[in-house]
Design a protein around this ligand. Sequence first.
Ligand SMILES: [Zn+2]
Length: 139
Amino acid sequence: MFISSTRSTALKILRILWPLPITLIGLMLATVIRATGGRMEKHGIAWEAFAGAASTTLWLMNPWANIHAITLGHIVIARDAATAEQVRSHEHVHVQQYERWGFIFPIAYVIASAVALCKGGDAYRDNVFEIDAGIKKTD
Ligand SMILES: [Zn+2]
């Protein structure tokens, strides 16, 4: 019982530490969002930052894609409260992927997009991490 509990606690700590470098980047962006009138709320396994400069932040990350939300470690950045609620279960799958892959998850994600493109698919819709998070694959 004690060993099982200790092991469980150690795994929880590892799940937080392993993606921590990316979580810290998300936390810096969330701080900017908070400083510009946005909000930050804890929902389940992640903190969500939305409103304020969130839309501008998402646009600056990729002006060509219409990003509504992004997960950076244990931080989810969403345009507004309604979007955060709408994408919560999807983004929480990405948080779990970060807990599994750690700080190398962004690299694995880009590789998965490249593989999808090489197969003639879409970099987003045919990315295995997005499919795992519930996005419908293109036909
Ligand atoms: Zn996604």
